[in-house]
Structure formats: structure tokens, C-alpha cells
Design a protein around this ligand. Structure first.
Ligand SMILES: [Zn+2]
Length: 671
């Protein structure tokens, strides 16, 4: 990971990309499917950034399935969906002054200018993005960011947020975007109440805000006292005479929205100064921030810069480094995961970190305990950023106790633990007989990314399992209506309506996409991204089951280890039987992707020559790529179109000789 991207050979880059994709797919799965992230947001960002850097250096290695093309969380089935008029993309991150400098330079290069550019600096609010749409001065609807393209309809809940006006002075159609957040005071009060009632505490204000906005009952949202800071209005499309981000902020305030303030910065030093000032301000702010955002102030230039992958080129988010603290390990508990993975967790003397009380830290595996010589009673340094369980980075004071010993048996079923070659973790091999694993697997099976049965969480699954209602994941489908509705209706925490809802949700889940079907099988390491790759390649389960190792290895993004794992999975008798039964209980469908082939540039190799007058070479290339073209550097028999600017030189001559289509710049821009 330490080798500079510019010194990587093609082969090294390809290998590293493969392993990065596998790693990111695994972390995405941990984060989204299991809500059990292993690494901090910060570390995740680093992995993702490395991937982007390699893809930028080696564009030919970039794939349609690349994690760099993914934004945020998939949309759940609980809310109806709203397609965003303009995608709600996420920002690229910077972690140092140097990287901010690189960003400014990239923008200048892209715009072909050496002039100082103006940036609008804002707080990076640690909440969740939302889009609010107004028509005739009235709030019409509101949506979460979702996957960036399609969000969830949370209109009713948004209506309960007092910072969001229900009517505004502007009468045209306008979209306002901003961050929904939970003020730190509300967050503390909410957790205090939950502690009293024995409910699970929210890890941080961001989680609490997300959980509060995505409530089925708007009254609950209302009781959570959420705030909203606006930072975007679709003014550019309306001839409002607004052509700067700073003017957008003023306009938003005039409409009655709260904004988190802004500052105009005109040089790298000013950007850096803003980061430092904000960092000092942070502990005293009534809301949580995790950095600063810099947006190119001119909206016209923003528009020209466009997007690269999932990020707009015109803005960047500076992220504060993760926070550290010291505390004492009170105990070490051992968890058993869905695949039998044994995870040691340190129980800590509660300590305040980034404003949140922390009482657990992940230890990942026993190698790490051994390597760091961790013992109960030791004083350790922990690091946390974002919403993950913090991790222990070092022992700062030894207690004198002996290093925590690796267990030899499973704490759930008593089976002897095993260590597979090439894997660092310990596993309980008793996959089908270990109740901890079965319960975890069933919980996973009904979760959002698999069958998506709302109303069934880990707690309910564990209860159903203990009560003997379900013994395997497929038993979910065998719960007859009467078995769910009547006995559940009288159970504490249930009722007739929620029991009926659960039954309906189970029936709805019987129509499942092929990708979700694959995710649901719980093949180690196969989350949504890999499942989609497999679904696109094999189209149906029978072909996937028959796939040879060589078919799997050649799929981009998989890697040898995962191919091996998938191949072995489909040759295990228990799994074969499970798939047969599963197939009979659900309807699996696969839909071909729609590819926009209408563009004149689709699948064409384009070469640019001469000086372009309306836009930079880089900009022109990006436009062509976005329409499905490939960019060539020299004229050859493979060239389809040559786009010609001023003083084209020898390339034009060669293209004419070869009879290649010549396209003047003006015509290119019209396409
Ligand atoms: Zn076990």
C-alpha cells in the first residue's frame, strides 16, 4: 500500500486494484449488510482514495462495477422511491494541506488557468443529505440521498423539522439541498432516555439523525428535534441572477433556511487557515462536524468542471483526522459471526471521544492481541472516527497481566475452533449446528441487502429461534399466516398490525432479484458488489453453480481466493440442498442492464487534435467518455472519429488519408 501510484507497473496496479476491490466489497458488506464495520470511516476513505488514484493513473483498468462508482447506501424497500432530478453525488476527500493544494491545481489545470480561484468554505456537517423540493412556494416533497440517484420519500418526516420552511417566497420550482443533523444536546438527551428504557444507544449524532429521519412514524421524527442546514439551491437553472455559491447561501437565508455560515477563500493558505479555525471551533459548536467543504464559488465554472465518477470536480471535503483517547481494558468478550468468525472485543472503561462515550473497541483477531501483547487491565490508546466501534492502536501502559490467550473452543457451541491456512481469523467450523452462527445467518438472510424483511431484526430472529419457530433461514417462508399473526399479536413488543405487516413482508420477499438471491446465500466475502458481478455474468443460479474456477477467476474484481471460496461453496452438499429448497420457495429474476447506445460516440474511439476554443482538451475528453467513447492518442485504423480544433497539424492529414470521420469542434459540442 505504500508504493506511490506513479511508480506502479501495470501488473502491480491490476493486482492491487483486484485486492482493493475485494477488500472494499467486504467492508461495504460489513457496513451496510451487517452494520458491523471493522475499520473506521477514515481508513475506509484511505482505501477508496487509493483505488481512485490507481484508476486515474490506469484508466484502462477502471470498471463499470468499480466501488469508486458507488455512492452511499442502497435504498430500502420501506419508503417509496424518488428519483433525483440531478444526482446527489458525494465529495472527494482531502486529508492534508498538500492535498488541498493538489485539488486547486487540478481545478486550475482543467480550466486552463493560472489565476487565483475563489472558494466558498463551509462546515462539513456530520448528518445526512436530503433534498427538499418546492412548487408554487410550497414544500412538495423531500427525499434522502439514497444511492445518489434514487432516494427515499421522507416528505412527512421532513415536514416535522422546524428549520425547514413549509412555504417559501420563491414561487418557481426549486430544489433545496442540505444536511439533516441532530444537535448534540438533543443527541445526549435522546441517549439518556434510551438508556433509561434499556434501548440500544446511538453511536453518534449522525446515526441518530439517520435513524430519526427514516422513521415510519413522523411523530417519532418530530420528537427527535432534528436540525437542517441548507447549502444548495437549484438557482442556476432559474435565471435568478445568482452566479456564486456565496450568493446561493445568502439566497437560502432569505428564503428562511438556516445555513452553517461560510467564508470566502482565495488561496491555499486561506483554505488551510479555515480548516485550522474550524478545528478550534469544533468542540464548542452545538452540532457535530467532521471537516470543512470547499466549493468553487463560480457556479458557471462548477458547471464546466462536471464530474469524475461519483465526485463533482468543483468541490472537495477536508476531513479532520480521527480522534484518539486513552482508557483501560476492563474485559475481553468473544463474538461469533455469521460465517463462524471469532472476534475478540475489548470492553473499555467508558471514555469520551469526539463527543461520544465509547465503551467497546474491536480487537479484530487474536494475532493482533498477540502482536500488541494486549491484556485485561492494560491502558490503551484508542482511535475513532465516524460511527464505527473504535479500534485499539497501542498499549500505553502494561498492567502486568498475561496477554489474553486465544480460546480453543467456541463460546456458543463448544466446538473446537480452527484456523484456516491463509486466514488470520479463528473460526467455529460448526456452521449448521452452532446456534450463534445460525441466528446471525438468519438475521443476515432477512436483512436489507438480502430478502429485506422489515420487522425482523437480530433480536426477533434470536427470539424466534429460541422459541423453536424457526430453525433455519428457509423456515421464514414456512411460517404460515396463522403461526405468525395470532401468537405474535399477543407477544410483548408485537401486536396484530405489526404481525400482519411481517407476514406481508415475508410474502413480498418471495420475488427476489438474482443478485439478492446470491447475496442471501451468505458466501463468505460475497456482498452486493460481487453478487452483481456474478449475476451479470451468469444470469441464473444453475449456470453459476456450474461455473468452473477458471470462469470465476477471470471475472474482474474477484481474485483467486474469492473464486476458490465461491467454487467450493457450490460443491458443498449442504449448500446444494439449501439452494434447491430456496429456489422452490422464491421466484428469482434477472434483468438485463439497459445500456444507452443512442449516443453517436458510444463505443467509438475518438482522437482530439488541434486547439479547442470553447473548452479545454480535458473537458472535451470527459464529455466524450461520459457518452461511452474511448479516447485514443494517435490516429490508427482503430480510430472512429477525429475531433478537430484550430491548427490541427499532421493528425488531420493522416485521418483524411485513412478516411476517418472528421468532426469540427462545434459539431462535437452539439452532440
Ligand atoms: Zn460455535
Amino acid at each position: 500500500m505504500t508504493k506511490s501510484v506513479s511508480t506502479l507497473t501495470f501488473k502491480e496496479a491490476r493486482n492491487e486494484l483486484t485486492s482493493l476491490k475485494t477488500e472494499l466489497a467486504r467492508h461495504d458488506e460489513l457496513y451496510y449488510n451487517k452494520s458491523e464495520p471493522e475499520i473506521s470511516d477514515w481508513e475506509y476513505d484511505q482505501l477508496r482514495r487509493r483505488l481512485n488514484e490507481i484508476e486515474t493513473q490506469f484508466p484502462e483498468l477502471k470498471l463499470r462495477n468499480s466501488p469508486s462508482q458507488k455512492i452511499g447506501a442502497p435504498v430500502s424497500g420501506v419508503f417509496s422511491k424518488i428519483t433525483h432530478k440531478k444526482p446527489m453525488l458525494s465529495l472527494e476527500n482531502a486529508f492534508s494541506k498538500e492535498e488541498l493544494g493538489d485539488f486547486i491545481e487540478r481545478v486550475q489545470n482543467f480550466l486552463n488557468t493560472t489565476k487565483n480561484l475563489e472558494f466558498c468554505a463551509e462546515h462539513k456537517i456530520d448528518g445526512l443529505s436530503a433534498s427538499v423540493f418546492y412548487k408554487n412556494g410550497q414544500l412538495a416533497y423531500a427525499a434522502t440521498r439514497g444511492d445518489g440517484y434514487v432516494g427515499e420519500d421522507v416528505t412527512e418526516n421532513i415536514m416535522t423539522i422546524s428549520d425547514i420552511p413549509k412555504s417559501i417566497q420563491y414561487l418557481g420550482e426549486i430544489e433545496i439541498r442540505g444536511e439533516v443533523y441532530m444537535p448534540i444536546r438533543s443527541f445526549k438527551e435522546l441517549n439518556r432516555q434510551r438508556e433509561e428504557t434499556g434501548e440500544k444507544l446511538f453511536a453518534n449524532p449522525r446515526n441518530a439523525a439517520a435513524g430519526s429521519l427514516r422513521q415510519l412514524d413522523a411523530e417519532v421524527t418530530k420528537s427527535r428535534n432534528l436540525g437542517f442546514f441548507a447549502y444548495y439551491a437549484s438557482t442556476f437553472e432559474h435565471n435568478l441572477g445568482i452566479d456564486k455559491q456565496t450568493e446561493v447561501m445568502d439566497f437560502l437565508q432569505k428564503l428562511g433556511f438556516s445555513i452553517a455560515g461560510y467564508r470566502l477563500c482565495q488561496s491555499l493558505d486561506e483554505l488551510d487557515e479555515y480548516c485550522q479555525d474550524t478545528s478550534l471551533e469544533r468542540p464548542n459548536l452545538p452540532y457535530e462536524i467532521d471537516g470543512a467543504v470547499f466549493k468553487l464559488n463560480s457556479l458557471e465554472l462548477q458547471n464546466r468542471l462536471g464530474f469524475v465518477g461519483r465526485n463533482p470536480r468543483h468541490s472537495i471535503a477536508f476531513k479532520f483526522p480521527a480522534e484518539e483517547a486513552e482508557t483501560v481494558i476492563l474485559d475481553i468478550s468473544i463474538g461469533v459471526g455469521r460465517t463462524g468468525k471469532i472476534t475478540p472485543v475489548a470492553i473499555l472503561d467508558p471514555v469520551n471521544l469526539n463527543g461520544a462515550m465509547v465503551s467497546r473497541a474491536t480487537l479484530h483477531n487474536f494475532n493482533e492481541i498477540e502482536r500488541k501483547q494486549i491484556a485485561i487491565g492494560d491502558t490503551v490508546k484508542i482511535l475513532r472516527s465516524g460511527d464505527v466501534i473504535p479500534k485499539i492502536i497501542a498499549v500505553t501502559k502494561k498492567s502486568g497481566n498475561t496477554t489474553f490467550a486465544m480460546p480453543s473452543i467456541c463460546p456458543s457451541c463448544g466446538a473446537a475452533l480452527v484456523q484456516y491456512p491463509e486466514l488470520v481469523d479463528l473460526y467455529c467450523p460448526n456452521h449448521y449446528g452452532c446456534s450463534a452462527q445460525v441466528v446471525r445467518y438468519i438475521s443476515y438472510f432477512v436483512s436489507k441487502s438480502c430478502l429485506d424483511i422489515p420487522g425482523l431484526g437480530e433480536k426477533q430472529v434470536a427470539e424466534f429461534f429460541e422459541e423453536g419457530r424457526i430453525k433455519t433461514a428457509l423456515d421464514i417462508f414456512r411460517l404460515r399466516e396463522k403461526e405468525i399473526v395470532s401468537p405474535l399479536a399477543s407477544k410483548p413488543g408485537w401486536g396484530k398490525i405489526s404481525a400482519q405487516k411481517l407476514y406481508d413482508a415475508i410474502e413480498n420477499s418471495r420475488n427476489v432479484s438474482f443478485a439478492r438471491f446470491i447475496v442471501s446465500l451468505g458466501i463468505p466475502g460475497v456482498g452486493e458488489i460481487v453478487a452483481q458481478i456474478l449475476a451479470d455474468r451468469f444470469k441464473n443460479i444453475e449456470s453459476l453453480q456450474k461455473a468452473e474456477k477458471t470462469d470465476l477467476v477471470e471475472l474482474e474484481g474477484l481474485g483467486d481466493l474469492m473464486a476458490e471460496e465461491i467454487y467450493a461453496f457450490f460443491r458443498n452438499d449442504v449448500n446444494i440442498n439449501f439452494i434447491e429448497e430456496f429456489k422452490n420457495l422464491v421466484t428469482v429474476s434477472y434483468q438485463e442492464k439497459v445500456i444507452d447506445t443512442a449516443s453517436k460516440f458510444y463505443n467509438k474511439t475518438i482522437v482530439f487534435t488541434g486547439t479547442l476554443s470553447k473548452l479545454s482538451r480535458n473537458e472535451a475528453k470527459q464529455i466524450a467518455i461520459s457518452k461511452g467513447a474511448k479516447i485514443g492518442s494517435a490516429i490508427s485504423g482503430k480510430t472512429d472519429i477525429v475531433v478537430v480544433g484550430k491548427n490541427p497539424g499532421s493528425k488531420l492529414k493522416k485521418a483524411t488519408e485513412l478516411g476517418i470521420q472528421i468532426m469540427p469542434e462545434e459539431e462535437f459540442l452539439k452532440e
